[in-house]
Design a protein around this ligand. Structure first.
Ligand SMILES: NC(=O)N[C@@H](CC(=O)O)C(=O)O
Ligand SMILES: [Zn+2]
Ligand SMILES: [Zn+2]
Length: 427
């Protein structure tokens, strides 16, 4: 099986090369990178006028399977991933049952093998049932193929228990993907605490809800030596603390979600649960700090926190609806439109934050995350010249819960190639 991508501009974060080159893949591996490849191939993708990027890697996806398939399934979630240019995703463990043991990890991996065109890694929970009482079988989950642990959806509030979990993760060379939220400080909040929440008459979530746990988790990582990856950072002080941790040489990385660098709480037009997610949309000052943190490479990764919910759930008021919005099918466009187009990030930085850096967090950079001979042919062809409107009716995800419907963007995925095969191609 051979596949040839012609006429595109290859963006390779490993060699920092941006150059018009053809790419030949044979049996899933990149075998040629040259100006004009004349070999015949089983399939040819014309990437004229497009970027050819290393396939995007999303460290933060909720696939909702097992148990919450009315929101999403492995089939629909991974189809959405391919549609969004993602070739590898990490699924979070807050399913039903919780992914807290080897057989749930294996269930997701096996099911993905049969129904998914993209690579799927299931993260293991830190504690049994995410109850925060006893550690899950972390070593067993590593043996079942899980690269990371996470209590996403909540924080492990018992720091001693978390510290023991981190030690086990460090021993197993697993990353800890940390959702940072002090559950007591939340105090019933549903959006950022500010003038807008007061105007809407809704209970607020202060920045300290996130910041105190970011500080705690960085100190626990310092003590345990674990690789700590901070999920969905939303505050300016999170950025400062990540910066300080890096200055200390700690193995800390951090992600920002597109909605947090695109919208502030001032953009919430009314009580509409499509604007409800955790952490919440923050102040303009926070948004500015996130953008600056990304620009300066303090913030390493752009991840979606794709959190599908049913229309019925999200029709409710902000007080009642669950937290979360979908993200797989809007992330590339929002990143290009909000960050690359205005010159905040280069296209190379986009490739780093959406592919190369997440590959390093998962320690799979020997296989993917870059465009080099011998690497997996996991590639995303991105058109950035055409302007279009985001249309949730075109999503492959079951979830249509997004505040971005109708938004004009640039950055359309033309083809997603996984192991040398076309997983998605724009008609
Ligand atoms: N981000 C969200 O608002 N929701 C996530 C949970 C999470 O990521 O914390 C979900 O599972 O729905
Ligand atoms: Zn979370
Ligand atoms: Zn999440």
């Amino acid at each position: 099986m051979t596949l040839l991508i012609k006429n595109g501009t290859v963006v390779d974060p490993a060699s920092k090369m941006e150059k018009k080159l053809d790419v030949l893949a044979e049996n899933g591996i990149i075998t040629k990178l040259e100006e004009k490849i004349t070999d015949s191939a089983d399939q040819v993708v014309d990437a004229e006028g497009c970027y050819v990027m290393p396939g995007f890697i999303d460290l933060h996806v909720h696939l909702r399977d097992p148990g919450l398939e009315y929101k999403e399934t492995i089939e629909t979630g991974t189809a959405a991933a391919a549609h969004g240019g993602f070739t590898t995703i990490v699924a979070m463990p807050n399913t039903k049952p919780v992914a807290d043991r080897p057989n749930v990890i294996s269930y997701v991996h096996h099911k993905a093998e049969s129904v998914s065109k993209v690579h799927v890694f299931q993260a293991g929970a830190v504690t049994e049932g995410q109850k925060g009482e006893r550690l899950a079988d972390i070593t067993g989950m590593k043996m079942a193929g899980s690269p990371a642990i996470s209590e996403d959806g909540k924080s492990v509030m018992n720091a001693q228990l978390y510290r023991e979990g981190m030690k086990l993760a460090a021993k197993n060379d697993m990353a800890v993907l940390a959702h940072c939220e002090d559950i007591n400080l939340v105090n019933g909040g549903v959006m950022n605490e500010d003038a807008r929440s007061r105007a809407l008459g809704l209970p607020g979530i202060t920045n300290s809800v996130e910041d105190v746990i970011v500080a705690r988790d960085i100190m626990l990582a310092k003590e345990t030596g674990v690789r700590l990856h901070l999920c969905h950072c939303s505050t300016k002080d999170s950025v400062s603390m990540v910066h300080a941790a890096k200055k200390l040489g700690l193995p800390v990385t951090a992600e920002v979600c597109p909605h947090h660098f695109t919208l502030s709480s001032d953009d919430i037009p009314q009580d509409d649960a499509n604007y409800k997610m955790n952490p919440p949309l923050r102040s303009k000052e926070d948004v500015e700090a996130l953008r600056e943190g990304l620009r300066q490479d303090v913030m390493d990764v752009i991840a979606t926190d794709h959190a599908p919910h049913s229309a019925r759930e999200k029709m409710q008021t902000m007080k009642k609806a669950p937290f979360g919005i979908v993200g797989l099918e809007t992330a590339a466009a929002l990143t290009y439109t909000e960050l690359v187009k205005p010159g905040i990030l280069t296209i190379m930085q986009m490739a780093e934050k959406m592919s190369y850096n997440p590959a390093k967090v998962l320690k799979i950079q020997d296989r993917c995350g870059s465009i080099e001979i011998g690497k997996a042919a996991d590639l995303t062809v991105l058109n950035v010249t055409e302007t279009y409107k985001i249309d949730p009716d075109k999503f492959f995800s079951k979830g249509h819960n997004t505040p971005f419907g109708g938004k004009e963007v640039q950055g359309k995925v033309m083809a997603t190639i996984v192991s040398g095969e076309i997983a998605y191609q724009e008609a």
